[in-house]
Design a protein around this ligand. Sequence first.
Ligand code: PNS
Length: 165
Amino acid sequence: MTRVAVFPGSFDPMTNAHLDVARRASGLFDRLVVGVLNNPKKAPLFAIEERVTLIERCVADLGEHVSVDAFDGLTVDFARHHGAGFIVRGLRAVSDFEAELQMALTNRKLAPEIDTTFLMTALEFGYVSSSLTKEVARFGGDIGPMVPGPVAEALVRRMADEARV
Ligand code: PNS
């Protein structure tokens, strides 16, 4: 039996915490699709195509069984589209749990055949979030420990562009 999982998120941008979860999941599933939500209601820093390209660069060494795809609409529909029986989400701390439980139960109600699996982020990345990383980058702080190299470069470039406008 082939075990397929999707790892959905906003990934604006991908952090070391996300990458750590993707790496762990890549060892557990035969195929892993990182799903990048295209949410027209949010105004992301990085366009959907940029986020997909950045993640592709970040996960390049995880193996050919890991791919990246954009989606809109429901995560369970995205999972079904890819023939996935699992949704992967990362937990950094207890504070993540309540919202994740609600999402997992909602997804189970919508698609009982799909299970959500939670992976604990490495302790060293427990504090890392996309939003705080953007804030640190905006004010010139060191984001090196928080995001993969390609993301750090893109963030520094984007903040410099924004400062020029
Ligand atoms: O990185 P995020 O923002 O924590 O990811 C949240 C995400 C994309 C997993 C969640 O918002 C989601 O699944 N959105 C798609 C819409 C959906 O399926 N909603 C119902 C179940 S939560």
